[in-house]
Design a binder for this molecule. Structure first.
Ligand code: ATP
Ligand code: MG
Length: 369
């Protein structure tokens, strides 16, 4: 099924005061100097899909400096329907998120309705940062295809936070109530088991698709491994968890569980972070993102909107031509691309057939289309 963002309207969002844009259902290029606001536009599209920024998780900081609120709104079109999505953030107030003028009671219900895949320079954090980044990547992906998973995850985090607060209070007041603590073990173990099982089945689906993309990009030069690593992967995890209570009390936090899960990235069985070349690392990231695209497409029968930030700067000839071949083959649906070098983008897309639109940006305004 076709999905595309028809238009976008920004009010006091980052460096934009008031902006209206109409998009092509095919390729849209944002061109302009450094700091002109190209990435901010991709982030606005990301907001409409995921109800948050890809780059800055503090909503308030996406309000234009000196202002009190921002509004991002746009119209998505699918095969037969049109949907209006609005996100409003005001300092000191709860975020407003609306679908067709109706406020969501639970914003998380929106996730997965209009899926996007972002490929951006800071994705390298997936390799270099701690396990939290990788969990976020896979959780956000699973949530797009399985909304109940997101609810389980939010509930799990809620109970985990309460259990950790309790552990700290016990230490502060020098008094331990084991029954009270055990009351939190039940939901944490129950939800944790569900999350563990979902991540496991997800990886079985994800791995071959990821590997296929990596092989294409690298032209079969090396083997990759993507290993799901969890405390829960032992027999009788509940027992192990309960026996660990004294350690939790001593360290004042819950030391075992799915909140510590990691996904190891390897090439020929060696750590990608420690031993991978820059090209291998880039290929790995692109393959992860293309697999993300493919998984959502298969599960929702919908091509996610692709957001490509500064991708031409980061890729070499081979990888570029691989990606551009996919664009030319119409593997993707709607695409948004940014580039600080207009001639390059125009040249790349000149050879590709289909609907295209170029936007030249300058200081938060459109110079011409
Ligand atoms: N909350 C905010 N209020 C006002 N301006 C902001 C805010 N957040 C970011 N900006 C401004 O937005 C601009 C950056 O925009 P953006 O990251 O979209 O640029 P870009 O065109 O992608 O640049 P580059 O080519 O360097 O990647 C900067 O000038 C920055 O100061
Ligand atoms: Mg940018």
């Amino acid at each position: 099924m076709v999905l595309y963002l028809k238009d976008l309207n920004l009010y006091n969002f980052k460096n934009y005061e008031d902006l209206k844009l109409e998009f092509s259902a095919g390729i849209n290029c944002f061109l302009g100097d450094n700091g002109s606001g190209k990435t901010n536009l991709l982030d606005a599209v990301f907001y409409l899909s995921m109800s948050k920024s890809y780059f800055n998780s503090i909503d308030n900081q996406n309000i234009r400096h000196g202002e009190e609120m921002f509004v991002v709104q746009g119209n998505f079109e699918t095969a037969d329907k049109k949907h209006h999505v609005l996100c409003g953030v005001q300092t000191g107030q709860k975020k407003t998120f609306k679908l067709d003028k109706k406020i969501y009671e639970r914003i998380s219900d929106h996730i997965g309705k209009f899926p996007v895949v972002m490929i951006a320079p800071n994705d390298i954090a997936l390799i270099y940062e701690g396990s939290e980044e990788r969990r976020k990547f896979f959780d956000s992906l699973i949530s797009q295809i399985d909304n109940p998973y997101l609810l389980d995850l939010m509930q799990y985090n809620h109970y985990l936070k309460q259990r950790n607060t309790l552990l700290k209070q016990f230490a502060e007041h020098n008094r331990i109530d084991r029954d009270l603590l055990a009351a939190y073990d039940e939901p944490i173990l129950r939800l944790g088991a569900k999350i563990f099982a979902r991540r496991q089945t997800f990886m079985l689906e994800f791995q071959p698709i990821f590997q296929g993309h990596y092989e294409t990009i690298s032209q079969y030069k090396e083997q990759t491994q993507l290993v799901y690593d969890s405390d829960c992967a032992v027999a009788e995890f509940s027992e192990v968890f309960r026996q660990n209570t004294n350690k939790d009390l001593a360290l004042q936090r819950t030391t075992l569980g799915v909140h510590r899960d990691d996904f190891e990235f390897k090439i020929d069985n060696y750590s990608l972070k420690k031993f991978g070349s820059q090209g291998q690392q880039k290929s790995f990231l692109i393959a992860l993102k293309l697999a993300h695209f493919e998984i959502v497409r298969q599960n929702k029968n919908l091509k996610p909107i692709l957001l490509l930030d500064d991708i031409f700067d980061k890729l070499d000839e081979k990888r570029m031509s691989c990606l551009m071949q996919m664009v030319a083959d119409h593997t993707f649906g709607q695409i948004f691309v940014t580039d600080a070098r207009p001639e390059r983008t125009q040249q790349i897309f000149a050879q590709i057939e289909g609907d295209k639109k170029f936007f030249n940006l300058q200081n938060g305004q459109i110079r011409n289309e």
